[in-house]
Design a protein around this ligand. Structure first.
Ligand code: SAH
Length: 254
């Protein structure tokens, strides 16, 4: 018996992995982050599974439920929103399980940053544009190292996706504008892949105000960078003049 940390995906229940869905259907105990995981996913849980919403639980209580489940011979699924490796408070759970000798496995998921790009129909790394994606958050009660503050990160002018900052988008946009400039393309995606999804397009100058006017203050990502609007070159990879191990260069006139 094991504890499976399963990425639930960004919201749309069909965006859980095949493996995640199978484990969910088999588990005797399911612990889900009720504040973000779509409850529709629980329809795939085993009818006799005991389900716990972790939003009102402490780490100690969560680990106790996990340990209890495994010791009683049940598989335990811990459903995390998006991908568990991002802002999931995953490490402390893994360490607690290791200390108790309880086996675990992490099953990745589709992160909300991928869902947001899909909604926008944009690629973070277009040829000729930024080849780097910064995933970050604005400092709050959870501190961010000073060298990662938004003014500093903005200096890279890389494609950027800001998590956990929907309540302070105007401040975040102003800080980012130090590096990107106020006219840099920006977008906000609220509840990507959910039925109530909303998309706002703008610049760093106006995106915060637009979000406030749309009453968006949670479950949203701010995306910034030229990838949203800027020019790009076609890829070398699929260019007829660019040969590689899987395709030879086309000879002109041949
Ligand atoms: N592990 C998750 C992130 C958890 S932190 C992932 O990989 O997506 C929670 C933050 O993620 C939210 O504050 C919001 O910024 C973002 N988020 C999660 N789901 C979202 C969604 N469907 N649409 C937009 N942002 C989302």
């Amino acid at each position: 018996m094991k504890v499976y940390f399963v990425g639930a995906g960004p919201g749309d229940p069909e965006l859980i992995t095949v493996k995640g869905r199978r484990l969910l259907a088999q588990a005797g105990v399911v612990i889900y982050a009720g504040s973000l995981v779509n409850p529709a996913l629980l329809a795939w849980a085993h009818p006799e599974a005991v389900c716990y919403d972790s939003s009102s639980l402490t780490l100690e209580e969560i680990v106790e439920i996990m340990e209890g489940g495994v010791r009683q011979g049940r598989e335990v699924v811990r459903l995390h929103t998006g991908d568990p490796s991002l802002y999931g408070a995953l490490q402390e759970q893994i360490e607690a399980l290791k200390a108790r000798g309880i086996p675990y496995e992490v099953v990745p998921g589709v992160s909300s940053f991928s869902a947001a790009a899909a909604t926008l129909g944009r690629e973070f790394t277009v040829p000729g544009g930024s080849q780097t994606l910064i995933l970050t958050r604005r400092g709050g009660r959870t501190p961010v190292p000073p060298e990662e503050d938004l003014k500093t990160l903005g200096a890279h002018r890389a494609s950027l996706c800001l998590f956990l900052s929907a309540h302070c988008l105007e401040e975040a946009a102003a800080e980012l504008a130090h590096g990107y400039g106020r006219q840099a393309p920006a977008a906000v995606v609220y509840k990507a892949s959910w039925p109530e999804e909303k998309v706002l397009w703008g610049t760093l100058e106006d995106i915060g105000i637009k979000a406030r006017q749309a009453c968006i203050d949670r479950t949203a990502l701010l995306l910034v960078g030229d990838f949203l609007a800027g020019p790009y070159r076609r890829s070398c990879l699929y260019h007829p003049a660019f040969g590689h191990g899987y395709r030879k260069v086309e000879k002109s006139g041949g």
